[in-house]
Design a protein around this ligand. Structure first.
Ligand SMILES: C=C(O[C@@H]1C=C(C(=O)O)C=C[C@H]1O)C(=O)O
Length: 127
């Protein structure tokens, strides 16, 4: 999809995901509302689209979190920063009030730990 930046100022002719022209390093996602889905099929189609975007974001997030591990004096699980993790959750809770901070903390702990695991695996893999 939009995973490679060739020239961020050059719009794509037509994005395969959203059908519009926009910069190649952007992710544009249709945001179906709950009110717009009336059938099981429509709801699952909407969820599949949202999950595709989530997966793209999670992949990119893990790549950037791996860079952070190389930049910090102590990276990986040993360098966990609970204050930073709380800050992330609080900022997200403002955007996801129905999930709230406690549930988002569970989600983000899993996301963060998976990212740290992936970074550790990549660091160990032969080049
Ligand atoms: C990425 C960092 O390292 C760890 C991973 C985090 C993350 O994936 O967001 C946040 C805090 C740290 O526990 C960081 O310190 O910013």
């Amino acid at each position: 999809m939009h995973d490679q930046v060739i020239d961020p100022t050059e719009p794509t002719a037509s994005c395969p995901a959203c059908g519009r022209a926009h910069a190649a390093d952007e992710l544009r996602v249709p945001l179906p509302s709950a009110a717009s889905v009336g059938t099981l099929g429509e709801a699952r189609t909407a969820i599949d689209g949202l999950d595709a975007a989530l997966a793209t974001l999670l992949e990119r997030r893990a790549e950037i979190a791996a860079v952070v591990q190389r930049l910090k004096p102590v990276g990986g699980h040993a360098g966990r920063d609970p204050g930073r993790e709380r800050q992330i959750v609080e900022a997200m809770a403002a955007r996801a009030p129905s999930l709230g901070a406690d549930r988002l903390a569970r989600i983000m702990t899993a996301v963060i730990e998976a990212g740290l695991d992936a970074a550790a695996d990549a660091a160990e893999a032969p080049r």
